[in-house]
Design a protein. Structure first.
Length: 131
């Protein structure tokens, strides 16, 4: 009878250890996903803020250009910035649009992936392109 209790105790101890291990792995996985999502959102905000500041800086000139250094990737994934009635960020099937109400009278054109980019202002048009 004593051997049966030891076997049951060993099985229960192993089961509880397995449940604790799986729970811990799940919690850390969720935590990692939250951190990645938060980091991606913050990087996206930085990119849009840099581009918006550049556009607002250039809007008073007839012809101007400015170079920018954008991150190579966004949260570990490739992305594309497009100018089309504002600033759009395309990434893995997602499209996030940022309307720029103070620049609604301007035309936007071009797209570029992260890295060295140039923003051009030509009369009533903003163009983004690779440097």
């Amino acid at each position: 009878m004593k051997g049966q209790y030891l076997a049951i105790e060993a099985v229960l101890t192993f089961g509880m250890g397995l449940i604790i291990a799986l729970g811990t792995i799940t919690v850390f996985n969720n935590y990692q996903q939250d951190i990645m999502s938060s980091t991606q959102d913050k990087q996206e905000t930085v990119i849009v803020t840099e581009l918006t500041d550049t556009l607002l800086h250039l809007r008073g000139a007839d012809r101007a250009e400015k170079s920018l250094e954008l991150p190579e990737d966004l949260g570990g994934s490739d992305y594309t910035v497009t100018f089309d009635e504002g600033v759009n960020i395309l990434m893995e099937g997602q499209r996030r649009e940022y309307r720029l109400n103070s620049l609604e009278n301007f035309d936007f054109e071009g797209s570029v992936q992260g890295g060295e980019v140039k923003v051009y202002k030509r009369d009533n048009q903003f163009i983004i392109g690779a440097e």
